[in-house]
Design a protein around this ligand. Sequence first.
Ligand code: DGY
Length: 304
Amino acid sequence: MKVLVSQPLPEPSSTDLLSAFVVVIGRPDAWPEEARRHLPDADALVPTPREKVTGELLALAPHLKVVANCAVGTDNVDLEACRRRGIVVTNTPGVLTEATADLTWLLILAVARRFREGDALIRSGAWDGWKPMEMMGASLDGKTLGVFGPGRIGSAVARRASSFGMRVVTCDAADGPEAFERLLAESDVLTIHAPLTPATRGRFGEDELARMKPGAILVNTARGPIVDEAALASALASGRLGGAGLDVYEKEPAVHPGLLPLPNVVLLPHLGSATRETRLAMARTACDEAARVLRGEEPRHRVV
Ligand code: DGY
């Protein structure tokens, strides 16, 4: 049986867990061409968030039994098409919770304490010594952290808040307007952890950003399309919002050009889960799920 792994993964994962199968490993810049070439005789696919597994590609794969996504988010996969075709879809929950929560706090602290500007000042050679009012940021102690999507990762972020003296308010994507309005109105730092679904796409648009606390910080380590990036860039440029920390983008890998020159924005290249330990655990989970389905066993993390 043949497994297409969309791009090289941390090993040992495919070399070990998929050793009973013929494994083809693609190149990051060769999707969807390699998918078109290999899906017609593939039994399993192990993609990453970078590769869109569309209905059109799935239609080329008559033998496909499983899409074992190497990610917890599955918005890159056409779940409905898989459901219709009886293709199992799995993900990698749990193993990336702590790494992503850590990176969320890195962004919160970096924005609140103007990390980027301070680092740039030192490197410019222009710093001439301590000044009482130089580069003052915002204290977190006593402030409110708003968590949109208090699932595994959102809850891990919330747990860390007490170490910084922050009070937490949460709102699930399925909660009604009252909880959402409270989140917008009370959060000094609002951090997004909901999955990307039709209900969360564009949830933070111009109107919602305008209802956030003046000077608030917005952080997104979930999925870019939950936030309207153009609206965010203008809320930041006008000073309506105090700053933003982003790890994900609306049209990833593109970043809205309005965000790039802003000093109060920290931008990372989708690194939430990027520790050696976590990325290896994700790769091993995804390969194990593919192998389980190919052996006729029930996967551990079935989404569809
Ligand atoms: C995921 O697992 O969905 C993450 O975005 C990958 O870091």
